[in-house]
Ligand binder design. Structure first.
Ligand code: CMC
Length: 433
């Protein structure tokens, strides 16, 4: 008779245990009963980098990495990218359902009217070096927001949570644009409440010498679609960081700062910047085979940036949408000269045994940088352009964690491999190594 349990025999003791299987998982805590002696701590799971450990139950985003499926609250990413807007998707991620027209109007109004930052934020940002990376500036400034909103620490209070989430979504483009203007040595431009979320951001970034910078509608829509594609991606490195830091019941600004830090890394959201630098380094289509060769040989620990994914073992569905968006953008901006190189790199890699065997396909970061560059962004801004839309994913996942009665402060175990207990050695008794 089949049963939803797992029977484990401990060959050290000959004892047998039965542990429940639920949602294709066993609770690793159920292994603690497996002991060789009464004073034994009990069996643990060892899973560096969480390769096979679920950290939470979540109803927000579904990914099937083998089939290349991504859904937000059950809606396929392709449909949302085609039919929806970023703020509508943000509402969906936060609330579980698509908004009615009235709900969307209210949400857009709320976000639009929280875009300003306290004037002190500007002087705070002025303190950064002239060439500060905008991702460092963004992270530090978001961390500083918790000092402007001390009531954010009441994480059990729904009203407080919701207002902080609104502020984070609303202020992120403002701080991102300010971080860019700081890098470029340009004056900060205040938000314009008459513009859409994306057009306002682009205006704050681009406006120079004219009060009426006109955002091209194709570029506005393209960035909105890119924002939709980046809005959430279940338990990735940055979201896990937000959940981990948030589990200490700290305010959401501090938790989201952790997410920004994680996203900055070249293996995560910093990959888009790294892809562009890699393409520039390759320089010419004729150098592609040599570059692929050097990646395969592991020379200098080189990687094909923008390729591979922990979860997707087929084409990243976001990368497919991005390729279409790229064509629309290049029709307006002219082709990015690095595109040809990227297409050739993809073509060769997808035929190469090394990449085929390891199921390495282009991910979301492979083509996004080319679009951002064509839109006139410096490479340093690329991870920031990832962080703006991911903010809603972080917030939705943070709130889900706060409301999950099974969650506790995150605190993994370790396997201690250090010295056994020993006595302190006086300075004059220590031998030189
Ligand atoms: N180029 C060359 N080899 C690779 C690459 C790559 N981009 N990615 C993975 N591999 C190899 C890796 O060396 C390993 O080979 P072997 O089995 O011989 O040791 C095998 O493929 C499996 O890789 P892994 O490192 O065990 O995979 P992971 O799940 O730990 O890492 C990853 C996933 C995304 C960090 C990795 O694929 C990578 O570093 N890619 C390049 C950086 C990148 O594009 N990151 C963006 C990820 S998508 C957006 C986001 O999340 O921000």
């Amino acid at each position: 008779m089949p049963k939803d349990t797992l029977t484990i025999t401990d060959n050290r003791t000959g004892k047998t245990y039965e542990v429940p299987v639920e949602n294709g998982c066993i609770r690793t805590n159920a292994l603690r009963q497996i002991k060789v002696a009464d004073d034994d701590f009990g069996l643990m799971g060892y899973d560096p980098a969480f390769l096979n450990t679920a950290n939470c139950k979540s109803a927000i985003t579904f990914i099937d990495g083998d089939k290349g499926i991504l859904e937000y609250r059950g809606y396929p990413i392709e449909q949302l990218a085609e039919k929806s807007s970023y703020l509508e998707v943000a509402y969906l991620l936060l609330n579980g359902e698509l908004p009615t027209p009235k709900e969307l109007d209210n949400f857009v109004h709320l976000v639009t009217h929280h875009t300003y930052v306290h004037e002190n934020v500007k002087s705070f940002m002025d303190g950064f070096r002239y060439d500060a990376h905008p991702m460092s500036v963004l992270g530090s400034t978001v961390a500083a927001l918790s000092s402007f909103y001390p009531e954010a620490k009441y994480t059990k209070d729904e009203q407080s949570r919701r207002i902080q989430i609104t502020r984070l979504i609303a202020k992120m483009p403002t701080i991102a644009a300010f971080s860019y203007r700081h890098l470029m040595g340009l004056p900060y431009i205040y938000p314009d409440n008459d513009l859409s979320y994306v057009a306002n951001f682009l205006a704050m970034v681009k406006r120079v010498g004219t009060a009426t910078y006109k955002v091209h509608p194709v570029l506005e829509r393209a960035l909105d679609v890119l924002f939709i594609l980046h809005a959430d991606h279940e338990q990735n490195c940055s979201t896990t960081s937000v959940r981990t830091v948030g589990s200490s019941e700290v305010d959401p600004y501090s938790a989201v700062t952790a997410g920004i830090g994680a996203l900055y890394g070249p293996l995560h959201g910093g990959a888009n910047e790294a892809v562009l630098r890699m393409l520039r380094e390759i320089g010419h289509i004729s150098k592609v085979p040599d570059f692929i060769k050097s990646v395969k040989s592991g020379e200098g620990e080189k990687k094909l940036m923008g390729f591979g994914h922990r979860v997707y073992k087929s084409y990243d569905p976001r990368a497919k949408v991005i390729k279409r968006v790229a064509d629309e953008v290049f029709d307006v901006t002219g082709k990015n000269p690095l595109l040809e190189l990227a297409v050739e790199l993809e073509r060769i890699a997808l035929q190469d045994d090394y990449f085929v065997k390891r199921k390495l396909y282009p991910n979301v970061d492979f083509y996004s940088g080319l679009i951002y560059e064509a839109m006139g962004f410096q490479a340093e801004m690329f991870p920031v352009l990832f962080a703006i839309p991911r903010t809603v994913g972080w917030c939705a996942q943070w709130e889900e964690m706060v409301l999950d009665s099974e969650q506790k402060i995150a605190r993994p175990r370790q396997i201690y491999t250090g010295q056994k207990r020993r006595d302190y050695v006086a300075m004059d008794k220590r031998a030189a190594k």
